[in-house]
Design a protein around this ligand. Structure first.
Ligand code: 9G3
Length: 573
């Protein structure tokens, strides 16, 4: 490829709308152009990277028995009505109607489509396990599309769906995909850390997200510095405790004090000159419409996702002021556990509190020296709070650290949620007709490009891992007016091409600085510079983009040298 022909318009300036490095660099290096918010055109270099990632994904999916299919982007609404999900996603789903006014959506995911496809053909256990995958555009109308390919409204996803006869075999599919994912991201030059995640609305019980650790990541990952535990902070676990640790000796006498106008933890702690962890927050929620009291230590926050799962309720919402007044006898900010008749649930870490400060369930008053067991009781303890960096690890006596992560993949156990809803069953040996047991496994192909750049760039531009670089080598003659240099550059370029190496020749009539800047911005892993000085000694300069090291290689050895680098770098990356 000749730089004079390559359609990759590089930009000197950083476009204003791009906030993070990968978005800025993809625009500046001429890999991507915005068509509309969250919708992009891939230019030749950007598409070459996408295709290389897809190739790695196909190899690994095929290696675990995956068979590639291509499913429709336009999906009939009926399928989503059968699973009851047509209205679950509201505005986020792109909907359209055809000329007969029939309703469709642009596929945000393909559980419905694939299950309906399989249910008419898979009828016997002999056909299992079945693992089908596709690499296809997905559509989700994000409220705030941003960060380029990191959060687009049209993006490329590999989604695989597994169909097994039972949970035991689903487990095999799940872990086969899990291990394939570890290999895929390693091969792409962006090792991703699997973390425990929340299975959320799509059902199933186990799920892992694959996180590329990078400061631009939207997710917070909590991981233990001692053991292997790692989880998305959204549902990371607190260290379990059995029951309240009571301190009868130190219990002081319960006292009510006036705290006019002070109701928040900040106001109470400064008024009484105590610490937040000496306070007990009492939150009133409606769980499926019934009021419950939740007790959280003053310096912690409630994790509503954990509360909802613990109470196993459909609807969970913070009680409104009127309900709070009715159930506690006091306005918001003065609620406390003493004297409440609604069920009380305490986070594990509230069990430690004794002589705590809480609301007095009376406007303008708080209670001092409140003790569990003596002054109130809880229905049970649970892991209900947000977990933060520095908190104890739930699995060992270590402590958790925090890191931002970019979710590039996710593996789910779906169980029979979709096969039951859609009647996808098979006959077992014993003739019993049972629903297929499913798993689903996604990789954000376009998001992976952004993640790789977030992890592999410097102030001069992108640093492509060899395995997914758009081209492996760029040949740059320093002085494009010196025929000796341009001729040598062309010969080296042709030799490398003949050796099957992906090489670009910068044949533009540009100043050396411009050519070097573009080479570094686009991020070709290897650059061969043809300069007068080194040429006089029969040498060429070889620069490795990653560590900026330059070595001199005799002209006649350059192809062998490059092949050597590609061979061993390819393996280790
Ligand atoms: C929708 C819309 C957005 C969605 C979904 C449905 C996320 C939806 C979850 C998944 C689960 C897995 C297979 C590949 C891996 C992920 N956002 N999810 O179901 F209608 Cl608008 O997509 N699906």
């Amino acid at each position: 490829m000749l730089m004079s022909e390559l359609y990759s318009p590089t930009l000197r300036e950083t476009p204003a709308e791009a906030e993070i490095a990968s978005h800025q660099l993809m625009l500046r290096a001429g890999l991507l152009r915005r068509s509309a918010a969250g919708i992009y055109s891939y230019l030749p270099l950007g598409l070459r990277v996408i295709r290389k990632i897809e190739k790695i994904i196909r190899e690994e999916m095929d290696a675990i028995g995956g068979q590639e299919v291509l499913l429709p982007i336009i999906q009939p609404a009926e399928l989503w009505h059968e699973t009851g999900r047509w209205s679950d996603y509201g505005e986020e789903m792109f909907r359209l109607t055809d000329r007969q006014k029939r309703k469709f959506c642009l596929g945000p995911t393909h559980e419905e489509i694939i299950t309906v496809l399989v249910r008419s053909e898979v009828r016997s256990y002999r056909q299992l396990p079945l693992r089908l995958y596709q690499i296809q555009n997905k559509y989700r109308d994000e409220i705030r599309p941003r960060f380029g390919l990191m959060r687009g409204r049209e993006f490329i996803m590999k989604d695989m769906y597994s169909f097994d006869r039972d949970e035991k075999d689903l487990d095999k599919s799940y872990w086969a995909a899990y291990r394939a994912y570890e290999r895929i991201f390693k091969r792409c030059g962006a090792p991703a850390r699997p973390v425990e995640a929340d299975s959320g609305a799509i059902g199933g019980d186990v799920t892992h997200e694959f996180m590329v650790l990078a400061d631009a990541g939207e997710d917070l990952v909590l991981y233990c510095s001692t053991c292997e535990y790692a989880a998305n902070a959204v549902q990371a676990e607190g260290r379990p405790r059995q029951a309240a640790v009571s301190h009868p000796a130190q219990m002081e006498e319960l006292r009510k004090i006036a705290t006019p106008g002070a109701s928040t933890i900040e106001e109470i702690t400064s008024l009484l000159e105590i610490k937040a962890e000496e306070c007990l927050k009492t939150l009133i929620y409606l769980a499926d419409g019934k009021p419950v009291g939740v007790l959280i230590r003053g310096d912690h926050s409630l994790n509503e996702l954990k509360l909802q799962k613990f109470l196993d309720c459909e609807a969970l919402e913070l009680a409104d002021d009127e309900t709070i007044l009715k159930t506690t006898g006091a306005p918001v900010g003065f609620a406390g556990p003493v004297g409440l008749t609604i069920p009380l649930y305490a986070d594990y870490d509230a069990a430690d509190l004794f002589n705590a400060v809480t609301g007095a369930n009376e406007a303008g008053y708080h209670l001092l020296n409140v003790n569990m067991g003596r002054d109130y009781n809880v229905a049970s303890f649970a892991d209900l709070r947000e977990i933060n960096p520095g908190d104890p690890c739930p699995r060992c006596d270590g402590f958790l650290k925090g890191a931002r992560g970019i979710e590039v993949g996710q593996v789910f156990k779906l169980g029979t949620k979709y096969s039951e809803a859609l009647g996808a069953t098979f006959l077992r040996e014993d003739g019993e007709e049972t629903p297929l047991v499913m798993g689903c496994y996604g990789i954000g192909v376009s998001r992976t490009v952004a993640a790789v750049i977030e992890q592999n760039h410097d102030q001069d531009g992108i640093i492509w891992p060899l395995s997914i670089a758009p081209y492996q080598v760029i040949v740059v003659p320093v002085n494009s007016r010196d025929p000796k240099q341009t001729e040598t550059a062309r010969l080296v370029y042709q030799e490398l091409q003949a050796a099957g190496i992906e090489v670009v020749l910068d044949d533009r009539q540009e100043r050396p600085g411009v050519k070097f800047k573009d080479a570094d911005l686009i991020g070709f892993p290897l650059r061969i510079t043809i300069g007068a000085k080194s040429l006089a000694q029969g040498n060429l300069e070889l620069t490795i983009r990653k560590d900026k090291k330059t070595i001199f290689v005799p002209k006649k050895e350059i192809v062998a040298h490059i092949k050597g680098i590609l061979k061993d770098r390819e393996i280790c990356e």
